[in-house]
Design a protein around this ligand. Structure first.
Ligand SMILES: Nc1nc2c(ncn2[C@@H]2O[C@H](COP(=O)(O)OP(=O)(O)OP(=O)(O)O)[C@@H](O)[C@H]2O)c(=O)[nH]1
Ligand SMILES: [Mg+2]
Length: 219
């Protein structure tokens, strides 16, 4: 109803207008640059000093793919190594994952194995990209072999949140993968979720119809 639109917040309005909505999560050790990458992509800026992300930050982003409006929910979370692992709800209904490590700290690369294992436990089939961040600190790293990505058959991006190298490319390709996954997924749980969403919608419509009819019955 047009009259209701004034009561809808901007974010809700985006959701309302979007043809598709996807959720993209970000994983990786603390201080690898997850938040800086989001900042670079979403605000096209980079503030060198910032505290570790507190708990969870949600970023909304809207774009157009194949002339369809797409609303992206980016989930960014704090220094996960302190908590060892993520709460299952973080993974819930995610459509793609960006897994980040810091080329200057080997341990963050090693820990990708753990992050990946946990991801696959909850989301066995979603697209996942591996991101080697901070290449501005030493461009030579782009010549090195990071076999983890190749071994798992995942795309690898060499990026820098500091100077912006490859950041937009990486995010845009990940969004495309997320949308395509959502539309074509044969994952059993996703199919169940889709059915449930349709069911909820139908139920909502039923409720609307019933409430709209009530005054008529009375009169
Ligand atoms: N040189 C360089 N430093 C970077 C880059 N990206 C991030 N940093 C620095 O790395 C530090 C950590 O960045 P964050 O984005 O806060 O890291 P995070 O992964 O979000 O960390 P948590 O929120 O604790 O999980 C900051 O001091 C950034 O300035 C980069 O591309 N190059
Ligand atoms: Mg952060």
């Amino acid at each position: 109803m047009a009259g209701d639109a004034s009561g809808i917040s901007d974010l809700d309005q985006d959701k309302y207008d979007a043809d598709e909505q996807v959720k993209i999560i970000c994983l990786g050790d603390s201080a690898v640059g997850k938040s800086k990458l989001m900042e670079r992509f979403l605000i096209d800026g980079y503030r060198p000093q910032q505290l570790s992300t507190y708990a969870l930050t949600l970023y909304k982003y809207t774009t157009t793919i194949d002339s369809k409006a797409v609303l992206v929910d980016f989930w960014d979370t704090a220094g996960q190594e302190r908590f060892q692992s993520m709460h299952p709800s973080y993974y819930h209904k995610a459509h793609a994952c960006i897994m980040v490590f810091d080329v200057q700290r080997k341990i963050t690369y090693k820990n990708l194995t753990n992050w990946y294992m946990e991801l696959r436990e909850y989301r066995p089939e979603i697209p996942c990209v591996v991101v080697a961040n901070k290449i501005d600190a030493d461009m030579k790293v782009t010549q090195r072999n990071f076999n983890f990505a190749k071994k798992q058959g995942l795309p690898l991006y060499f990026v820098s949140a500091a100077d912006g190298t490859n950041v937009v490319k990486m995010f845009k390709e990940t969004i495309k993968m997320a949308v395509s996954y959502k539309q074509n997924s044969s994952d059993f749980m996703d199919e169940v979720m889709r059915e449930l969403e349709n069911f909820e919608l139908e139920q909502k419509e039923d409720v609307l119809e019933t409430t709209e009819e009530e005054p008529n019955e009375e009169t």
